[in-house]
Design a protein around this ligand. Structure first.
Ligand code: ADP
Ligand code: MG
Length: 266
């Protein structure tokens, strides 16, 4: 996939083969049930999936299909009812609270739809905050590379209120990248952005996959956003029902239409 700032062409598929890099995260039989009796909901139903180094995965599916639950269980923000979620070789359910906190801090980056920046801190302070809390110093060269890649060099002294939505979300991505996590989960990161800022952010995410060998998993409902990824996973009723490699926006849209009996993805 090209890392263009504009949307990839909907017509021309870019031929790539499935990634062969190291598996950095893996779900096996991952199941999450909420509630009991009449309110019982199976949010994830025995999901099996692998995420590899330098691979960009988009997750799509109707509202309520389990996209956020999958990301939260993989990131250690929620515990599955059964099955396994691993980051690297580490089984998340084997960790105590402190170990889990440490793993989340060191190995996982999370980008939320709402940027979740602290308003009183500068962009740079927001970016380095997780490391500051951990009592660690950012690697200056790595920080420079991230800031340059994300086009934030001229914005580091600004507070969030002085930044556009797109710039704020790029700061949130930089923050997620700084600790060199094994994997970044982004839950509808472009959901609050206008289309130009969204396209820019996707370009930068894509660049972090190519230039920094970052692994990225992104939930989106936008076929154009999904077309930046190496593959798209389609969820329905807590299951992965389809997978598309080297997606074009058109191919994603066609696949979504095939599922549309179940309602619009959201
Ligand atoms: P998506 O992100 O695809 O919209 P979610 O993962 O948020 O879907 O939700 C999957 C299903 O699990 C939905 O039916 C939702 O209502 C249910 N669910 C999610 N979180 C909770 C919760 N904390 N308590 C009860 N049900 C939940
Ligand atoms: Mg969701």
């Amino acid at each position: 996939m090209e890392c263009a700032e504009s949307a990839p062409s909907p017509e021309e598929p870019v031929l790539t083969t499935p990634c062969t890099g190291t598996v950095v995260a893996r779900a096996t039989g991952l199941t999450k049930v909420y509630g009991q009796g009449e309110t019982r909901v199976t949010a994830l139903d025995a999901v099996g999936v692998e995420f590899r180094r330098a691979e960009f995965t988009a997750i799509m599916g109707p509202s309520g299909s389990g996209k956020s639950t999958l990301m939260h269980c993989m990131a250690g923000l929620d515990t599955p009812t059964s099955g396994s979620a691993r980051i690297g070789e580490t089984e998340l359910s084997s960790l105590g609270d402190r170990e889990l906190t440490r793993l989340r801090r060191d190995k996982v980056g999370f980008v939320f739809q709402a940027f979740n920046l602290l308003p009183t801190l500068s962009a740079l302070e927001n970016i380095t905050l997780p490391l500051d809390i951990a009592g660690r110093r950012p690697d200056p060269e790595w920080l420079r590379q991230i800031v340059t890649t994300l086009g934030l060099t001229e914005r580091l002294a600004h507070r969030p209120a002085q930044l556009s939505g797109g710039q704020q979300q790029r700061v949130a991505v930089a923050r997620a990248l700084t600790a060199r996590p094994e994997i970044i989960f982004a839950d509808e990161p472009t959901g609050n952005l206008d289309s130009r800022s969204g396209a820019e952010l996707l370009g930068f995410l894509c660049e972090s996959v190519r230039a920094l060998e970052q692994t990225v998993v992104m939930v989106t409902h936008d076929p154009v956003a999904a077309s930046y990824a190496d593959r798209v996973l389609f969820l329905a009723d807590g299951r992965i029902v389809d997978e598309l490699w080297s997606p074009t926006a058109r191919a994603v849209l066609d696949r979504m239409k095939a599922f549309d009996a179940k309602g619009r993805p959201a």
